[in-house]
Structures are given as C-alpha cells and as structure tokens.
Design a protein around this ligand. Structure first.
Ligand SMILES: CC(C)(COP(=O)(O)OP(=O)(O)OC[C@H]1O[C@@H](n2cnc3c(N)ncnc32)[C@H](O)[C@@H]1OP(=O)(O)O)[C@@H](O)C(=O)NCCC(=O)NCCS
Length: 196
C-alpha cells in the first residue's frame, strides 16, 4: 500500500498547461466565498448558497485537518497566466481508502471560468496524481444526475456510469439518489497511451 504521508509531504503542487493546483489555504476564504454564495455553482451541491464567512473558514479548516489526517487532499485551482495565485475553484480527492485503493473526486469552479476546459484540465492532473502517485485503482465520483455539466465533465474525462444508490444523500430538499461514475486504472492507462 502507498505511504500517503510521504506522497503528501511536501504538498504536491500540480502544474498543467494553464493552471497551477496548489494547497488550499485559509487565505482563499474570500475567493471561495464567491463560489459558495453563487446559486449557479451551488445548485447541485446539496447546500444552500450562503454569505456566512465563518462557515467558509470552518470548511477550509476542516479540509486542512482532513489532509493532516491523510483522509483527503484538496487543491486550489489558480490560473498560471494571471500570476496572482488567486483561487478560482477547487478539486479534491476525498474518502481515501488505501486498502481498497479507491477514492472519490470532487470539483467546483467560479462561474466566470466555466466552458473553457479548465475543470477538465484540473481533473486530468488530479487523476494522474491519484493513479500514479497515490496508487489508486478506482477513482469515483457521485453526482446529482440533473447536474448535466458535471456528468459531461466526467464522461469527457473517461468516467463510466456505475449506477444509482437510492436516497443516499440528504440535501436541502430531503433525500436524493446518488449516481456513481468511475474510472479504473487500466482505463486511465489506455486513455494515456491513446493520447500519445
Ligand atoms: C462541473 C464544472 C466544474 C464543469 O465545468 P466546465 O467548465 O463545464 O467543464 P470543462 O472544463 O470540461 O469545460 C468544458 C467546456 O469548455 C469548452 N472549452 C473551451 N475551450 C476549451 C479548451 N481549450 N479545452 C477543452 N474544452 C474547452 C468545451 O467545449 C466545453 O464546452 P460546453 O460546456 O459548452 O460543452 C462546473 O460546471 C462547476 O463548477 N459546477 C458547479 C459545481 C459542481 O456542480 N460540481 C460538481 C459536484 S458533483
């Protein structure tokens, strides 16, 4: 099994063509707040949009604590060209299970940056890290099936539909179904080989 303590130390900054993925920090709270207050971003996240700044700080602290405990890793998405280190979204690997070698991926992007291929670029980098550095065999995502942009981003990045778990998720309206998608290590390797 992979020694996550060494894989996570120092924090693995990931660089892509247009992005730098660095560790989420408490200083990201104001920029993250913009996403959390935006109904377009929050529509399928199971939480109501909110202006509660303390809740945002608490959420970041919770993620940092999860990282210290090797339970999750969360990157702030920043634009290389902007050269200002500003948070425009986040991408995470959470519910890490090293014994069964699977993990769940999550992502969100400031609405100003949708439709540019940036989420896919971040997801590709994080999939590479999950499979090649963390030694995962399966990376899964679970979404509200009405979240067509999220479904499209998963399919674009090679995820396949696994199925539905009934009423497994409590959102603001009550219980909802969870729809699982996944990509397996050999499928990732095949896609990598095909893309040159
Ligand atoms: C889910 C989410 C991250 C998807 O973002 P996205 O920008 O649609 O996804 P991608 O990065 O794959 O971008 C694809 C789009 O960029 C376009 N694009 C433009 N330039 C591109 C480029 N250079 N490379 C690739 N695609 C490009 C594609 O054509 C595609 O456009 P389309 O949506 O009109 O078909 C975003 O909608 C979001 O933050 N949603 C709210 C949070 C959320 O629901 N998260 C998931 C919870 S499970």
């Amino acid at each position: 099994m992979t020694d996550l303590a060494s894989v996570f130390n120092p924090f693995p900054v990931l660089t892509t063509e247009r992005l730098i993925l660095r560790q989420l920090a408490l200083a990201d709270a104001p920029a993250m707040q913009i996403l959390i207050a935006d109904p377009r971003v929050m529509q399928y996240m199971g939480r109501l949009p909110t202006d509660d700044r303390q809740a945002t700080l608490d959420r970041i602290e919770m993620h940092l604590d999860g990282f210290r405990q090797l339970l999750e890793i969360r990157w702030a998405i920043t634009l290389k060209a902007a050269n200002d280190d500003r948070f425009i979204g986040d991408v995470s690997l959470h519910y890490i299970d090293t014994y069964h070698s699977h993990v769940e991926i999550g992502y969100s992007l400031n609405h100003d940056y949708w439709g540019k291929g940036l989420a896919s670029e971040a997801i590709q980098a994080v999939l590479g890290f999950g499979f090649e550095k963390m030694g995962m065999y399966r990376i899964e995502a679970n979404i509200a099936i009405e979240n067509t942009r999220s479904k499209a981003v998963l399919e674009r990045n090679g995820f396949q539909y696994d199925g539905r778990l009934r009423k497994r998720f409590r959102d603001v309206h009550g219980f909802d179904d969870e729809h699982y998608f996944s990509i397996l290590l050999p499928e990732w390797q095949e896609r990598q080989a095909a893309s040159g």
